[in-house]
Design a protein around this ligand. Structure first.
Ligand SMILES: NC(=O)c1ccc[n+]([C@@H]2O[C@H](COP(=O)([O-])OP(=O)(O)OC[C@H]3O[C@@H](n4cnc5c(N)ncnc54)[C@H](O)[C@@H]3O)[C@@H](O)[C@H]2O)c1
Length: 488
């Protein structure tokens, strides 16, 4: 069944929510009185389309429909999730909930993006307090997984569970904040760091750029993968956390922080920070900086994915949810045609200085197709664990057209030979009807014990025979068996 989300307030944050839902297959209905809202959301969506689908190694569901509504009551029709992201003013938010709750499905969940307000403040005086929770996201909402989900006692546990499930289903990591507090959990850290940084600039200790270097060249990378406590545990060495605490505990008595003493926001301080920031980053437009940020985030998150750690583990869980049914099985495929063995968007970290998919990634894609073909014929993880596998002996790739970041690519695989220990495959990569590249691979079945070629299991032989028989009517592909010729 099609799921529908209503987005109330479509600025930086509302636009990110809209993109996250749409690209995960939900229909999205937007209400925002700003006549520019449609353009602004369109720009956020462009960036999201470029970066989000490629984070997955499987296809996202087909995009939902995006509609804009002049009337808030109309926008919430049919919505099971309503995300409020209007400006951070309590009176405005309360007024919006009054309007919303008069019109929406009483079963719908209303999440607020508020960075600072507690859910009890938002529920106060509402028609139906149990419907409202805080769901605090992080910019860019379409890439970063964290949502601080803050309920109160007024919210039934069933609703909190439903909220977690819906957030997870679009790839978020819902962090259940068990006790409400101003600014939730994450922004309290950011506030602490921000206060320290303002003093360092004001006192002339460091420039904005030096402060950013201190973060991104060191602990920022550490935090991105382990956070605070796990990082310190490692820092404690073999003696562990207790040793670490004992060693660094005394520092807490020293005047190392000015957290409660806040520098006055004089015109002079504001100008100093703005000037330093211009000198540091003024050569890039905001749109450029957003793209640089997204490229970096995608590269780091995909690296974490390979380690199945932190934000990367969340991405893997999302892929596992999407995977069933994404590609045909031996029994589900039309064996008279080439078999779909890869379907995905080209991730940002697969492109090169020419702006298109870099050479080595064609092999990456075709290798995934070969792996999938092996799975289809029964050479899956269990089979490999039992001691048999295929090793690639030869590959030939032809590049026929350009492929760009975010493009949805599909690979169709034809079996040219599957007999005994020999497996000869021909992969064709398409974007829509356009043939982008072909990859031909010759593999040998091996014993992982002797590392020598040997016959595969009878089950694999039978599966290969079934496919060979089905595909017998297909023409021998153009380009198969070709090589780079010596110039005449
Ligand atoms: N910017 C961030 O980094 C960030 C991060 C997390 C959470 N938040 C929270 O998200 C919320 C929105 O912040 P933002 O940065 O997107 O602000 P924004 O100013 O970019 O967007 C707010 C949008 O709400 C619209 N709006 C105003 N009144 C409205 C109404 N009555 N009904 C519907 N729409 C209305 C405005 O036209 C605007 O497009 C705030 O509560 C903020 O605390 C912001």
């Amino acid at each position: 069944m099609m799921k529908t989300a209503a987005i109330i307030g479509g600025g930086v944050i509302g636009g990110g929510w809209a993109a996250r839902f749409l690209l995960n297959g939900w229909d999205v209905r937007v209400f925002d009185p700003d006549p520019e809202a449609q353009r602004k959301i369109g720009e956020v969506l462009d960036n999201a389309r470029r970066s989000l689908p490629g984070l997955s190694d499987v296809p996202l569901p087909p995009e939902g429909a995006l509609t804009f509504h002049d009337d808030m009551a109309d926008a919430v029709q049919g919505a099971i999730w309503i995300q409020e992201s209007v400006p951070e003013r309590l009176d405005l938010k309360l007024k919006v909930y009054k309007g919303l709750q008069a019109a929406c499905d009483p079963q719908a969940i209303i999440g607020s993006s508020t960075s600072g307000f507690k859910p009890s403040e938002l529920q106060d005086g509402a028609l139906c307090p149990e419907q409202i929770v805080v769901t605090h996201p992080f910019n860019p909402v379409y890439l970063l997984p964290l949502i601080e989900l803050v309920p109160t006692e007024a919210n039934p546990p069933e609703l909190v569970e439903r909220a977690k499930e819906m957030l997870s289903s679009v790839g978020f990591f819902p962090l259940h904040v068990r006790k409400e507090i101003d600014a939730h959990i994450a922004d309290r850290f950011l506030e602490a760091v921000w206060r320290e940084a303002l003093w360092l600039v004001k006192d002339g200790i460091a420039t904005t750029e030096e402060i950013d270097e201190a973060i991104r060249m060191g602990f920022g990378i550490r935090w991105a993968q382990m956070g605070l406590f796990e990082t310190y545990r490692v820092a404690g060495g073999e003696a562990g956390m207790q040793h670490f605490m004992a060693q660094f505990g005394p520092a807490l008595q020293w005047p190392w922080t000015k957290l409660m003493d806040v520098p006055e926001f004089t015109d002079e301080l504001v100008a100093m920070i703005a000037d330093q920031s211009d000198a540091q980053s003024g050569m890039h437009s905001i749109r450029e900086l957003e793209r640089i940020r997204d490229n970096n985030l995608v590269g780091m998150m995909r690296a974490l994915k390979a380690q199945d750690y932190g934000a990367g583990a969340v991405l893997n869980r999302h892929d596992a949810r999407l995977k069933p049914g994404a590609l045909p099985t031996l029994d589900g495929a039309d064996l008279c045609q080439p078999i779909l063995t890869l379907s995905r968007a080209v991730p940002l970290d697969w492109t090169d200085y020419n702006g298109h998919m870099t050479e080595s990634r064609y092999l990456d894609a075709f290798a995934s197709s070969t792996d999938r073909f092996m799975e289809i014929i029964g050479c899956d993880a269990d089979y490999i664990a039992s001691g048999g596998s295929y090793f690639t002996a030869e590959t030939h790739i032809r590049h026929l057209d350009e492929t760009h970041a975010g493009s949805k690519i599909e690979v169709q695989t034809q079996l040219l030979l599957g007999q005994g220990k020999k497996l000869h495959l021909f992969h064709s990569m398409y974007e829509g009807d356009k043939l982008l590249a072909t990859g031909e691979s010759f593999l040998l079945h091996v014993s992982l014990e002797t590392r020598r070629p040997c016959a595969p299991s009878a089950q694999i032989e039978a599966a290969m025979a079934r496919i060979a028989q089905g595909q017998a009517g297909l023409p021998y592909p153009e380009g198969a068996g070709s090589a780079i010729r010596k110039p005449a």
